[in-house]
Design a protein around this ligand. Sequence first.
Ligand code: F0G
Length: 465
Amino acid sequence: MPVIIEPFRIKTVEPLNFTTRAERETALKTAGYNVFSLRARHVTIDLLTDSGTGAMSAAQWGAIMQGDESYAGSKSFERFDSVVRDLTGFKHIIPTHQGRAAERILFHSALQLGDVVVNNIHFDTTRANVEVEGAEARDLVIPEGRLTAFVHPFKGNMHLEALEAVLKGEEGPRVAMVMVTVTNNSGGGQPVSLENLRAVRALCDRYGKPFFLDACRFAENAWFIKQREPGHHARSPKEIAQEMFSLADGCIMSAKKDGLANIGGFLAMNDDALAQKCRNLLILTEGFPTYGGLAGYDLEAIAQGLVEVVDENYLRYRIRSIEYLAERFLSLGIPIVQPPGGHAVYIDAAALLPHIDPLQYPGIAVVNAFYLEGGIRTCEIGTVMFGLHPDGTETPAGMELVRLAIPRRLYTQSHIDYVVEIAATVKEISWALKGYRIAEAPAVLRHFTARFEPLRGRTAAAQVQ
Ligand code: F0G
């Protein structure tokens, strides 16, 4: 394969932070062994998230200088509105300060106690915003989407038979909305095919349900469709994205991902009455409908970002850079979700650390090893994130993943080679890693602020080695 180079050169630089092993040990202990509580200056390569962490382009910074800060009806809103409308085709475009604000406003306006929202897999804030309304968030991804090592081109697809069974069964009337998350972040950043989206649309029509996209990574999804789905190779990513949006009744969007911006989001839909309800709530909690909690300059950065993100050279590099890291991990024998997704490589922590019980959080053991060995911050997407239920019980999550999310346009290939070097060390010492217990945690979204304690003593499997 020809080398695919970064399709940009660097105009502004920012120094990396370096720490000693002893400094990292102290920092991690102080953070309660939860990397969310670390100071960023104690992190060398930050792969915690691809959200809001990317590098903006010269054109975005230039657009920021054009920000119109008028309270109502600004020029920046006009630009934002026209770019989002052109891309999505939706009638009502409502800016929000980030994705979860769009979630909260949509669900609070559309859901009632006892409703069900079906999704391929809800992201954590999406699930929490459904549950806080007293509704149920149900995940119906295809079974292949939960088999980490199973290769399938569209592992984010909705399980259509299961969806139809719910819609036509006795729970059918309780389903308030069908959502599809593109790409499916909690299932490994896996794409959804156009064919699957069309079929979801048809089912929603048949059973009279609204269909929303959680569109954070729509451009990465469009690139996978272009590469993998027969009949779409000659189309532009933008055309494919437009078709994806055209199949839905609305979307929620975090512009911190494929908006290539550091903050922002939006909610968009065709339903006039629902849009009115959402705007009323927006005014109460976010701001006037032409800024929605954002500065005029943020709207400019997002509008420009949405144009840049569908550029073929950008998407080719973006997806290749994730694939490169995945190939290197596989050559080290590190188990990962395959094929790699669009924004991150996900390590299968349960397969890497079979000696650690899921309720002793193997994902946290891997995350903390990456930090201690190399100052790399990653993120558990497993039992800590998803194992606690609204009734207070805890069960192992379906998968114990550790996500290495790659911020957009931020790190170079040698930074990624350093990550591979540290991963080799983590693999070497994996047999000796120990589990954790939770010392304290809040009842909702506990992964952000929980404090852990390392378990002492080796597990039986580790002693054998
Ligand atoms: N939906 C998905 C699929 C997401 O990945 C996120 C955020 C959101 C909604 C919420 O958007 O952060 O702007 O409020 N994901 C980030 C992540 C935080 O690290 O994957 P937000």
